[in-house]
Design a protein around this ligand. Structure first.
Ligand SMILES: C[S@@+](CC[C@H](N)C(=O)[O-])C[C@H]1O[C@@H](n2cnc3c(N)ncnc32)[C@H](O)[C@@H]1O
Length: 459
């Protein structure tokens, strides 16, 4: 009888039960990092259990598509036909069996307990049967079996745990280097911190200084342990994001309608500022040169995050925060000396920091984003004063979001625009072949795969 079986069960262990609940939230649309952070804060686990839950959640999310192929083969059915809650239990089990050193009997037993408690006693038998089949082969053997019949890109996608369309784009961009680049997306980076210029000193961050940005440091552990971060005088920011902001600040453009020190000197604009990472660095760099940053963002809740990120700045050149649609802006044309257009994108350049993102994104997302990206870049060019410089930035290397957008907008623009090579420090191999645009990569530079086009508006 079902209730007798339940009575004999020990119930799922708390760490796996917590990981399962976070996975359920992610399956329903939550961001893994945010859901996990909140769950760990609420549960107050010791460091060892917290690390175990983190690996269970991040690893399962990162390889979910691969595990779904394994589970489909092991269960003899398309995983779309399994109850979503059961699928999360099975993915969690597959991760322990294939990528962690959890003994098979422990992983299968824990999966059965979890399935019985969270989904229902009647799926316990199926869970047991499927996980035993998964346990019968190591991951390499599963990948070899599943690769049979795949072409080279399909096998690459499977080996590196990416959907095919992303592997295809990496091959298009990088050729033989694609495998190394895709593999780099499977390694979580050490957190990188950044000082707000003028508000904190690099020595306050601890850790190892970043290679090219003079404002950053890599520091393992919880960033909130650093006083300057808690006080808003420093923040968390990938080195790639620091470098593109710095490149805009140090670009060799005219200074807009007025000299830097003159009253009314042309301000700088961050057109898509939320949640405020680049704005917080730009605000300090602008203030350093006697300028003021206007940080604008369309979503109200994200505009509040921008204000929070900028809270430590005060005085004459303290930044202003606006909530505005960058494609229909309230400001006058040709009024900013520098414009940052860090547009919404697929985020394919930040996959190592967002475990679930690769499986959530669809090729159609690129189609949806491109018109907005073009419109925001056109608006950024309109906002720049003669001689002013625009930075078009994406945290995606996808050619349709990067070079294609820039090419199309420049062709349609009525303004004369000169692409510029950055004057600020950058890795030597960061320039895209055949042009002054920048493409950073995790496997080469240990940064997110940021794209930057610096564009000087000549008239
Ligand atoms: C890639 S994020 C910017 C990241 C930010 N620069 C940072 O470093 O923290 C893009 C932002 O653009 C905002 N956005 C989307 N459509 C917009 C629009 N029409 N006008 C202004 N901002 C927009 C999104 O809400 C999102 O916050």
């Amino acid at each position: 009888m079902p209730h007798r079986k339940l009575a004999r069960r020990r119930g799922p262990d708390p760490a796996r039960a917590l990981a399962y609940r976070v996975l359920r939230e992610v399956s329903e649309g939550a961001y893994a990092n945010l859901a996990l952070g909140q769950a760990l804060a609420d549960a107050r686990l010791d460091a060892r259990d917290a690390a175990f839950v983190t690996e269970l959640v991040a690893g399962t999310c990162r390889l979910a598509g691969t595990y779904d192929r394994v589970l489909a083969a092991a269960s003899g059915r398309d995983v779309a036909r399994l109850q979503p809650a059961l699928l999360d239990v099975l993915r969690l089990g597959a991760h322990q069996l294939l990528s962690m050193r959890v003994p098979a009997h422990a992983a299968v037993g824990a999966g059965v307990e979890l399935a019985a408690a969270e989904v229902g006693e009647k799926v316990a038998g199926l869970t047991n049967a499927v996980l035993r089949k998964v346990a019968a082969r190591p991951l390499d053997a599963w990948l070899a079996a599943l690769s049979a019949g795949e072409d080279a890109v399909g096998a690459l996608a499977l080996r590196t745990h990416h959907p095919r369309w992303i592997a295809e784009e990496y091959v298009r961009l990088l050729g033989d280097e694609a495998e190394e680049a895709l593999a780099a997306n499977n390694v979580s980076p050490v957190p990188t911190l950044v000082v707000r210029p003028g508000l904190a000193d690099l020595s306050e961050l601890g850790g190892e200084p970043t290679r090219w940005s003079p404002f950053g440091a890599r520091r393992p552990g919880n960033p909130a342990d650093v006083d300057a971060v808690r006080q808003g005088r420093a923040g968390v920011q990938d080195e790639g994001s620091q470098l593109v902001a710095l490149a805009l600040a140090e670009a060799s453009g005219g200074e807009g309608p007025a000299d830097a020190d003159a009253p009314g000197a042309a301000p700088w604009l961050d057109l898509c500022a939320g949640p405020g990472g680049k704005a917080a660095l730009l605000a300090g760099l602008a203030a350093d040169g006697g300028r003021r940053l206007v940080a604008s963002e369309v979503a109200e809740h994200r505009a509040r995050l921008v204000a929070q990120a900028l809270r430590a700045y005060s005085g004459d050149h303290a930044p202003a925060v606006l909530c505005a649609d960058g494609t229909a802006p309230p400001w006058r044309e040709a009024s900013f000396a520098r414009v940052m257009a860090d547009v919404p994108c697929t985020g394919l350049g930040a996959l190592r920091r967002r475990p679930e993102a690769r499986w959530r994104r669809r090729p159609g997302d690129v189609d949806d984003l491109v018109p907005l990206q073009r419109s925001l870049l056109a608006s950024a060019l309109d906002a720049a004063a003669p001689g002013g410089v625009v930075a078009y930035v994406t945290c995606s290397p996808h050619h349709r979001e990067t070079t294609e957008v820039v090419g199309a907008v420049l062709q349609a623009s009525g303004r004369s625009v000169t692409p510029l090579a950055p004057a600020s420090p950058l890795p030597p191999d960061a320039l895209l072949a055949g042009g002054p645009f920048v493409q950073l990569w995790p496997h080469r530079h240990a940064t997110d795969a940021m794209f930057l086009a610096l564009l000087r508006v000549d008239n």
